[in-house]
Ligand binder design. Structure first.
Ligand SMILES: Cc1cc2nc3c(=O)[nH]c(=O)nc-3n(C[C@H](O)[C@H](O)[C@H](O)COP(=O)(O)OP(=O)(O)OC[C@H]3O[C@@H](n4cnc5c(N)ncnc54)[C@H](O)[C@@H]3O)c2cc1C
Length: 415
């Protein structure tokens, strides 16, 4: 097994041959995956340019998530998610410590609300063991010691789960890239990509960047960027909006840390949960409704070309046939505060609709195959002088430093 460099150590050179990457690497996307990749490359002495169409880092998924550092409980043992999350959770917390970024290792409860969820909770306990994540089975009285207001028939306690300020992580990563001679160019949309001989030309709304290699970490637009670069990817990104409510007033005291339901094993989402963030505020969410724009943060955000792209992908129809019932109930829950609160009351029955107000939302980039299957694991596609991250859903923020190391290693070894 090759020795892995730590994403936390300062500069190192492990088998890197930056000489072969004299023309540098261009990374599309200044979300956490793109910046972590750029940082890993810059630490190897590679000249790296990050471009993002927005004027700030972490403008999309990374800046609109639950802020949780997942421990690696849920993921199929042996999957990329499982191996990256377990390691990534440790390195993310250490990175936050090292750079003075707000974080807290608060632990979490995964709560079985009824007897028929016990088998699924046992399966999570088994997966946690297989993934090397300590998890303790609790009866209701034991669970109440952690979360006195929770209702359950049993729960799993995961001590290592944390919360962190992901946008602050991105700001630090961008600074570290620049300190190593890299560039982070914001407000530059990638419009055209040409692979010409030994080089990649990336036209942005500002300048044309020429590099030896392209890394596509464009999240909600990653399939579009792949097609721009001449690929015919086997997946398309469908945007799933996750809406949040803020818990207000004394009801905030009903939640000490992180309270999660047992997720539906058929879906790649963790279910509406309660989260106490790093600033102490308590959030409920996110649900999962199909958005009508890749950056559709509100119902009224509709981009006809995004809707057309979704409708012309055969996988969307397969998905609709399979999940129309779940989809319809998610739409109803999105429209009704009462229904939304009913979901969190399964976890904490004392919460009432009067305790919550609508808050922001985030949009997940979910890759869907032609067959309609949702891609569960991270999905990375290699092509000549290119690397495309075509599915980086949760826990990709948690695992970003490890994913970045892996992508950097792949770029360097292929060039
Ligand atoms: C509601 C929600 C809750 C979540 N909760 C968690 C959680 O608690 N823990 C966790 O680990 N993960 C969580 N996730 C998942 C996590 O946020 C993502 O996996 C992660 O942020 C993906 O990062 P990224 O860099 O791939 O994508 P993004 O952060 O979306 O970055 C992609 C970037 O590419 C840029 N871009 C796109 N197209 C172009 C173009 N043409 N030109 C230039 N730039 C372009 C965009 O502007 C964007 O900044 C959650 C996600 C959501 C939506």
């Amino acid at each position: 097994m090759t020795e892995r460099p730590s994403p936390l150590a300062d500069d190192h050179t492990v088998g890197a041959a930056p000489g072969r990457l004299q023309g540098g690497v261009v990374v599309v996307g200044a979300g956490i995956v793109g910046l972590a990749t750029a940082y890993a490359l810059a630490r190897q002495g590679v000249r790296v340019t990050v471009v993002d169409k927005e004027r700030s880092v972490a403008a999309h998924q990374t800046g609109h998530n639950s802020g949780v550092v997942h421990s690696g409980v849920y993921y199929t043992p042996g999957s990329l998610k499982a191996s990256f999350a377990a390691r990534g959770a440790r390195t993310m917390v250490e990175f936050a410590e090292q750079h003075g970024i707000a974080h807290e290792v608060c632990g979490k409860l995964i709560v079985a609300s009824s007897q028929n969820q016990l088998a699924a909770l046992r399966e999570l306990e088994r997966r946690a063991g297989a993934n090397g994540v300590p998890a303790v089975w609790l009866d209701p009285d034991q669970a109440a010691e952690y979360e006195p207001h929770v209702a359950c028939v049993a729960a799993l306690r995961i001590e290592s789960t944390a919360v962190v300020d992901y946008p602050a992580v991105c700001q630090v990563l961008a600074r570290l890239v620049e300190q190593r001679g890299g560039r982070v160019l914001l407000g530059r949309e990638v419009r055209r990509i040409k692979v010409a001989g030994r080089q990649v030309e990336v036209d942005t709304t500002g300048e044309t960047i020429t590099a030896d290699h392209l890394v596509n970490c464009a999240g909600l637009h990653s399939d579009v960027i792949a097609m721009m670069a001449g690929l015919d990817p086997d997946v398309r990104i469908l945007p799933f909006r996750g809406e949040y409510y803020d818990v207000r007033g004394p009801a905030q005291n009903l939640v000490r840390g992180l309270i999660y339901p047992v997720p539906d094993p058929a879906l790649p989402f963790l279910g509406v949960h309660l989260t106490r963030g790093i600033d102490g505020s308590v959030h409920a969410g996110p649900n999962a409704v199909l958005a009508l724009a890749r950056e559709g943060y509100r119902w009224r955000d509709v981009v006809p070309s995004d809707v057309r792209a979704a409708l012309t992908w055969p996988g969307s129809w397969g998905l609709a046939r399979r999940y129309w019932r779940v989809g319809a109930s998610e739409v109803a829950r999105s429209a009704s505060r009462r229904m939304f609160v009913a979901s969190v009351r399964r976890l904490v029955p004392e919460l009432s609709p009067h305790d919550v107000v609508r808050a922001g939302s985030g949009v997940r980039a979910q890759a869907v195959r032609r067959s309609g299957d949702l891609v569960d694991d991270f999905h990375i596609v290699e092509a000549d002088r290119q690397l495309h991250v075509l599915n980086a859903p949760s826990p990709a923020a948690t695992a970003a430093l490890e994913i970045g190391e892996e992508l950097a290693r792949t770029v360097i070894s292929r060039t």
